[in-house]
Design a protein around this ligand. Structure first.
Ligand code: SAM
Length: 280
């Protein structure tokens, strides 16, 4: 492996990472520097490496600020376009797109204690950003949709879906501290089409929703009750249900939904279901 000194020298001469769009370049270079720093004792070499890391973070911050300004002008989709070619993504891991989206959306973690999680309700874990993009594309979400994220956590899904499509995007989340942070982030980005409410998914307003999103937020009787309410809507009008995680398997067994996915029980990627009444 190269030494810290030689890596720092190479990067100091390299212009590539200074490009505002070169998030991946900077992320990979930062990982390498941080790894090499672990084995470096020389204070002067450490100082050079830390200065380089700070310079890379500063470029990221400038790039995030430009993307945030584009979102505030209503030009988020165009501005994020260079990072939206996600292919057919799988897996639960996070990648450089999550780093970009986290920097751009700037959603703060709550600093107050979280409430106790009731039985059958799943703890917070955000959907990896590439799956959100994939869901938007494969469910053909558009500006005339009303999207509801059931168990919306810190609000990444409603916020990103609205930015990418113009759809009305809502979230319902049982943990008030998450909803506070999600609403602050949506407000700072001036996104009038995004609302997040504190509540139980079993009691949320479903009547105008065209796309339901679930990243396995609950199991057992809670999932059963919510599914019964989604079924009620599906029997009246065209809806789509977009799922990620083990709950896809449960939806795949519902006769009132169909999917053209070759494996609708897959748990490591987005699965799109449509009600029998059709629609997009
Ligand atoms: C796996 S996380 C998904 C977060 C978000 N949908 C995303 O994909 O980024 C599940 C979320 O559902 C919330 N949750 C669990 N049961 C709920 C319920 N009955 N009503 C509302 N929210 C619930 C949890 O607090 C948690 O934030």
């Amino acid at each position: 492996m190269a030494s810290l000194a030689s890596t720092v020298s190479l990067l100091e001469q390299e212009a590539g990472w200074r490009d505002l769009r070169a998030f991946l370049w900077r992320a990979e270079a930062s990982d390498t520097l941080e790894l090499l720093l672990l084995g470096e004792a020389d204070p002067a070499e450490r100082e050079r490496a830390v200065a380089l890391l700070e310079a890379m973070e500063a470029v990221d911050r400038d790039a995030f600020a430009l993307l945030r300004a584009a979102i505030q002008r209503g030009e988020g989709r165009e501005a994020l376009a260079p990072w939206l070619d996600v292919g057919f993504p799988t897996g639960q891991h996070y990648d450089v797109l999550d780093h970009v989206i986290a920097g751009v959306l700037a959603i703060e973690e709550p600093d107050t204690p979280l409430s106790r999680l009731p039985p059958e309700m799943v703890f917070y874990q955000p959907t990896p950003a590439r799956h959100i993009v994939d869901g938007v594309l494969r469910a053909a979400i558009a500006a005339d949709d009303v999207v509801l994220d059931l168990g919306s956590g810190l609000g990444h899904v409603p916020i990103l879906v609205h930015v990418l499509t113009g759809a009305t995007a809502r979230g319902v989340e049982r943990e008030p501290a998450y909803v506070t942070r999600a609403c602050e982030a949506a407000r700072a980005l001036q996104l009038a089409g995004v609302t997040m409410r504190v509540g139980d998914a079993r009691d949320a307003e479903f009547t105008d929703v065209t796309v339901f999103y679930l990243f396995t937020p609950f199991i057992g009787t809670v999932l059963r009750d919510v599914m019964a309410r989604i079924e009620h809507e599906a029997r009246r009008r065209p809806i789509r249900v977009v799922t990620l995680g083990p709950c896809s398997r449960t939806f795949a067994r519902m006769p009132w939904l169909h999917s053209d996915d070759p494996d609708p029980e897959a748990s490591d990627r987005i699965v799109v279901f449509r009600s029998a009444l059709g629609g997009r």
